[in-house]
Design a protein around this ligand. Structure first.
Ligand code: FCB
Length: 433
């Protein structure tokens, strides 16, 4: 029997993703840096952030080495982000040196023939903005964000191939303002709604600013489109909870893009100026499935296969999400994040290939998927979990900062080189001696 082949389209883009705060190090003007310090004052058992980010991977100084490794893997597109608090350490102060440094970093990718997908906001805020209400104070935040986006577009725009306005506009409202697991650790439905609406406005404003200067540059969003299931399949409360969560955190954003209006529970159907049509491609971040028990999320149930994050191993969910999103918002799709926290490289390879198989299946159905970016190029600071979770294709020894390509990274390099992979045929018993 021939091995099953998973060949990808000739122009399929293979890439990697990362974010500024998680790799650069010493982003001391960011809200996260302050929260990490505050958390140190709590007794260890009550800390909500495991450890401070500190120098992270020192990517700020070691980007050449990281990008050289990316080149050796065969990466065709890389997704970094710029840190707002580095560029604007104070509201009206632009740090020109930081901007120049970012230029050098993006040029280092370009020089290696690696395309740049630049994200403008990935989970962090400048401290000065966070301390004035952050995402819940749209009146303050939106003009400041616009000024920052204008600056980035002006100084770095010529080096960018693809733009991502914001990372996961649904996750910070949910995790930081409703679920209280990320700073500012709130659980307020009203703040959730405010933050979500601010993210939608940030997205549409950034979209317009970029398009004005670079009309042909593709602009997207990196969206964590949650695969959600009722915990108990036939329980009406779990089904209702699942449907409400699905509506609020998955569908409303894309319906807003389609019709320009914000529907309940995020709004009353009112128009948001500039929102309609503000999307050229959809970036999908996919990791897992999860459950709703009434109105409460449940990460997994006994018997589920989970990763070190506690997230369920569920490749099929990616296929279903791709189908759903392509019906809801027909646009080209790029997988902007997918990966696994593990120290077991055979598990990483299995995760990678099983998810690629689902993408391959969706491609065969005619869904327009243009590329795949693995999370993450290197091990990095995994937010509240600190350095305990290892998502990298490249391992980092945090004592020496030494980088080393993992077996999973080698496997990804082969997949890129072959533009796909073949599944080894199961051993044929009769042919064995
Ligand atoms: C995503 C985030 C990314 C990383 C992965 C594991 O939600 O965008 O920064 O933390 O999860």
């Amino acid at each position: 029997m021939n091995p099953k082949q998973y060949a990808f389209p000739p122009d399929f883009l293979w890439g990697t993703a990362a974010s500024a705060y998680q790799v650069e190090g010493h982003n001391r003007h960011s809200d996260w840096a302050r929260w990490e310090m505050e958390e140190r004052k709590r007794p260890p058992a009550r800390r909500r952030i495991r450890e401070p980010c500190g120098r992270a991977c020192d990517h700020w100084n070691r980007f050449e080495e990281d990008y050289e490794l990316a080149r050796s893997i065969g990466v065709q597109v890389h997704r970094p982000s710029v840190e707002w608090s580095r560029i604007y350490p104070r509201e009206k102060l632009v740090d020109r040196e930081a901007l120049a440094h970012y230029r050098t970093m993006l040029q280092a990718l370009q020089r290696r023939g690696i395309k740049v997908m630049l994200c403008l906001n990935h989970f962090t805020l400048p401290l000065w903005a966070a301390s004035r209400g952050g995402y819940t104070n749209a009146k303050m935040l939106l003009p400041a964000f616009e000024a920052y986006v204008e600056t980035v577009v002006q100084y770095l725009g010529d080096l960018v191939d693809y733009w991502l306005t914001v990372n996961e506009p649904n996750v910070i409202p949910t995790a930081a303002y409703l679920g209280a697991v990320m700073p500012p650790f709130k659980s307020s439905p009203l703040s959730f709604v405010k933050a979500f609406r601010t993210f939608m406005a940030m997205h549409s404003r950034a979209y317009r600013i970029i398009k004005e200067r670079f009309p042909r540059s593709p602009v997207g969003v990196a969206y964590s489109y949650f695969h959600l299931q009722p915990l108990r399949q036939h329980n009406p409360l779990d089904r209702a909870g699942r449907n409400l969560a699905h509506l609020a955190i998955n569908r409303r954003f894309f319906q807003g893009i389609a019709g320009g209006r914000i529907g309940p529970p995020l709004g009353l159907g009112e128009r948001m100026p500039g929102l309609e049509g503000a999307l050229d491609f959809i970036g999908i971040n996919y990791y897992s499935t999860s459950y709703m028990k009434g109105l409460f999320p449940v990460e997994s149930k006994p018997g589920d296969l989970v990763t070190e994050m506690g997230w369920i191993y569920y490749p099929r969910g990616l296929y279903e999400v791709l189908h759903e999103i392509s019906r809801l918002s027909p646009r080209p799709i790029i997988i902007t994040e997918n990966g696994i926290a593990t120290t077991d490289e055979s598990f990483r390879i299995r995760y990678l290939e099983d998810h690629l198989k689902e993408i391959h299946r969706a491609l065969a159905d005619g869904i327009e998927i243009r590329g795949y970016m693995h999370w993450s190029l290197t091990d990095n600071f995994e937010w509240q979990h600190g350095y305990s979770k290892r998502f990298g294709l490249i391992g980092i020894d945090y004592a020496t900062l030494e980088r080393k390509l993992k077996t999973g990274g080698q496997r990804y390099a082969r997949i890129i080189g072959d533009n796909g992979f073949a599944e080894p045929a199961p051993p044929d018993k009769e042919q064995r001696p």
